[in-house]
Design a protein around this ligand. Structure first.
Ligand code: ADP
Ligand code: ASP
Ligand code: MG
Length: 410
């Protein structure tokens, strides 16, 4: 019998009625002749509420205890979904991440899955039950609960699809698939029928929260083909896989944005080998991911080095740079929290020049100033003022004609 992984995000299990709706979809799949493993997120908003609660009792909550707390959101969902399934006459069993045999490393709040021992899942499936697994969590070698980073239920679903060699992996959410950009920002954003892992990775890495970036990395590594689709409609979604039929043909597939970036500049650091290693080494040590980096040309034996970090990491980054600043005798460390990032992504960029020029012109035509630029083989991103992010996204969507059925071809 074929095996399907069905993952439901927070908005899909936000209240009793929605949980019953999800139960209906899951039961229908089981009755349609599939073995079903459902993965669920915490009810929408619960993880944020728990975080606020934790920060209310301690300025910097202990990370081990924070993980114990955050993991409860998903545990509420698995119990509720199983109650709804049983109420509808479908045998089901809830399993926490540790019960499901999901093992992870010791990095609290952002742990990586190390391996999965799906013995119990197999045993329960063999009894004909739907197995409902809590997303976003696992057990570390100290037998402590760890969580897998925000959006981590996607990772649970993809990793289970790989470990169980599932025939299908479906990510159910509150939109009908992956769109050319966030449909909440651009009304004529179009649903993509398919997208490559590489593009999905770049979109996720640039702020498109529809899939957690790390989950896409794992899907690519283990070649897990998955579909992003709507919990609330029967419309076909977006297939995410290795090869897409439009490869190289369409220049830009999508636009992503992130309104929560911060810019940091180290002013007048010495122009000699090892300086960048020291600065970014200090940030890496405290787990801060740096995105764009710009180094000015040297003047009078010194450089300015600017870079961006997620806004939530700004405090941590500034604290880590304090000793580096004194050691390097830098003139100053300045920062700006209110910046945003917009990125255009497309595999076609590999073979077609001119995308950058077109992007910059579209922004210039709308009076949007570019503060920083970075590129990869299939992505160009720009830092702009936070309050211009929406205008930038709309402008780029229009300039690359992403709302039209036939997108800009080379
Ligand atoms: P879930 O709770 O199901 O995990 P998320 O909120 O994490 O759902 O992700 C879905 C949301 O991602 C959508 O509601 C949408 O606003 C946002 N989003 C951002 N970029 C895109 C995009 N390119 N395509 C579809 N949705 C996007
Ligand atoms: N509940 C977690 C979060 O809000 C994990 C998830 O939803 O995927 O980030
Ligand atoms: Mg999500």
């Amino acid at each position: 019998m074929k095996l399907v992984i069905m993952k439901f995000g927070g908005s899909s299990v936000a209240d009793a009625q929605k949980i019953q709706h999800v139960a209906g979809r899951v039961a229908a799949r089981r009755q349609g002749g599939f073995r079903v493993v459902a993965v669920v997120s915490a009810p929408g908003g619960m993880t944020d509420d728990l975080l606020t609660l934790a920060r209310g009792v301690a300025e910097t909550p202990d990370e081990r205890e924070l993980d114990v707390l955050l993991a409860t959101g998903e545990q509420a969902s698995i119990a509720l979904l199983c109650m709804a399934l049983k109420g509808a006459g479908q045998e089901a069993i809830s399993l926490t991440g540790p019960q499901a045999g999901i093992f992870a490393d010791t990095d609290h709040t952002r742990a990586r899955i190390t391996h999965i021992k799906p013995k119990k899942i197999h045993a329960e499936l063999a009894k004909g039950k739907v197995v409902v697994v809590a997303g976003f969590q696992g057990l570390n070698p100290n037998e402590d609960i760890v969580t897998l980073g925000r959006g981590g239920s996607d990772l649970t679903a993809i990793a289970l699809a790989a470990a169980l060699k599932a025939d299908l992996c479906e990510i159910y959410t509150d939109v009908e698939g992956v769109f050319t950009t966030d449909p909440r920002v651009v009304a004529d954003a179009r649903k993509l029928n398919e997208i490559s892992y590489d593009e999905m990775l770049e979109l996720a890495g640039s702020g498109a929260q529809v899939m957690q970036g790390r989950s896409v990395e794992v899907a690519k590594k283990y070649n897990v083909v998955f579909e992003v689709r709507s919990t609330f409609s029967g419309a076909p979604g977006t297939r995410v896989h290795q090869e897409v039929s439009y490869m190289e043909d369409v220049v830009v597939s999508g636009i992503a944005f992130d309104r929560h970036q911060a810019k940091v500049s180290m002013i007048e650091v010495p122009d000699r080998p090892g300086i960048a290693a020291e600065i970014f080494g200090a940030l890496a040590q405290v787990g801060v991911n740096v995105d764009m980096i710009i180094q000015s040309t040297a003047q009078g034996g010194t450089n300015d080095i600017s870079f961006t970090v997620p806004q939530g990491d700004l405090k941590k980054a500034l604290a880590a740079l304090e000793p580096v600043k004194s050691e390097l005798k830098a003139k100053d460390v300045v920062h700006e929290a209110g910046v945003g990032k917009v990125a255009v992504v497309g595999v076609g960029m590999r073979s077609h020049p001119g995308v950058a020029a077109r992007m910059f012109k579209a922004l210039a035509d709308r009076g949007i100033n570019i503060q920083m630029i970075s590129t990869s083989e299939i992505k160009i991103s720009c830092i702009v003022a936070k309050d211009q992010v929406d205008a930038a996204v709309k402008g780029l969507h229009e300039a690359f004609e992403l709302g039209k059925k036939t997108r800009v071809k080379a």
